[in-house]
Design a protein around this ligand. Structure first.
Ligand SMILES: Nc1ncnc2c1ncn2[C@@H]1O[C@H](COP(=O)(O)OP(=O)(O)O)[C@@H](O)[C@H]1O
Ligand SMILES: [Mg+2]
Length: 305
């Protein structure tokens, strides 16, 4: 996929749907389905642009769906789509490029922080999670599940209370009713392609023929993210053995010795990754638990100083 970008070099001009022209500068990130570039407009303002190279019609449909979700969601902790465009790929004219113009955020993602530093202190992790839960709630209210919440998909804004959830390309309808083996296999394939195993809810690994898939899949990922912020890695992976699917399916979360995390926060993580969606926290319950514990720790922290 990356090879297709060969023609889209520094200096290439992209026309947005509004008529705005932007010029490609450096490449920020190159992924499986897209490349993110830094761009400047004619007034020298800088932005980020996500180039989704669509070799098949189905990919263009998915890229347009990402735009639709952006247009349906407006929240200060969800990255804002500023403009978009669609053009034939200059190197492979049979492929279509869909371009998403976004504000440029230069502080990197939570993943970069976890890679370069120690994990977050619990109170900071809870502060970040409060804002991320609020972003996910807005996505649910708009009728979608995110389906790929993870440290790599959260950009850092200007402060702890300003994380930006991004990458709405994996979103699915909020409620998906599975009533046959065929539908189950399709949903499982979608989950394998569009979500990350170490954050993937248990019911998406082996999708049953009769099940309702809903916002609880995002609650699972939020539980994994909260754990990762505090522990430095996701709950179902270890340095030695990598990601363990069986553990994820069982929802059996463990904490290493020495991790500084209150019993309340441990309990909410456990409730967010319950194997059975019916027993798993609702998003509102998880958000309330995070807010309560964050307030408590903030108060204790203040008294201790
Ligand atoms: N607005 C932005 N500002 C700065 N970096 C960004 C921005 N949007 C995306 N990125 C970078 O590009 C990467 C890929 O973007 P993402 O939307 O997650 O695409 P993909 O669908 O390929 O995962 C992100 O992990 C982040 O490092
Ligand atoms: Mg991504």
């Amino acid at each position: 996929m990356g090879g297709l970008c060969a023609g889209e070099k520094d200096g290439h001009v992209v026309k947005m749907q509004s008529g705005k022209l932007v010029r490609l500068r450096d490449t920020i990130a190159e992924g499986g389905f897209s490349t993110v570039h830094k761009v400047t407009d004619t007034e020298n303002n800088t932005y980020a642009i996500k180039q989704i190279i669509c070799q098949e019609d189905s990919m263009a449909v998915a890229a347009r769906a990402e735009i639709e979700v952006h247009n349906a969601v407006s929240h200060s902790n969800v990255i804002q789509l500023l403009d978009w465009g669609e053009m034939a790929n200059t190197v492979h004219p049979s492929a279509v490029d869909v371009w998403l113009l976004l504000p440029l955020h230069t502080r990197g993602t939570i993943f970069d922080v976890l890679l370069s530093k120690k994990p977050y202190p619990e109170v900071e992790a809870l502060t970040l999670m409060e804002a991320i839960c609020s972003a996910v709630s807005a996505i649910h209210e708009a009728g979608y599940t995110h389906r790929d919440i993870k440290a790599l998909n959260v950009l850092l804004g200007s402060s702890l209370s300003d994380p930006l959830l991004m990458d709405l390309g994996s979103c699915r309808p909020l409620v998906v009713e599975i009533t046959s083996r065929r539908e189950a296999m399709l949903e499982q394939d979608i989950a394998e392609t569009n979500s990350t195993a170490s954050y993937r809810a248990s019911e998406l690994f082996d999708v049953p023929s009769e099940i309702t898939i809903d916002g609880k899949v995002d609650v699972w990922s939020l539980g994994c993210l909260l754990y990762a912020l505090i522990c430095g890695h996701t709950p179902f992976e270890s340095e030695k053995e990598g990601f363990m699917k069986l553990l994820a399916i069982s929802g059996d979360v463990r904490f290493s010795d020495g991790v500084e995390c209150s019993p309340e926060t441990r309990a909410m993580i456990t409730s967010a990754v319950m194997r059975e969606p019916a027993e798993r926290f609702m998003l509102t319950t998880l958000t309330e638990a995070i807010t309560t514990q964050r307030s408590l720790l903030t108060r204790d922290h203040r008294y201790a100083q």
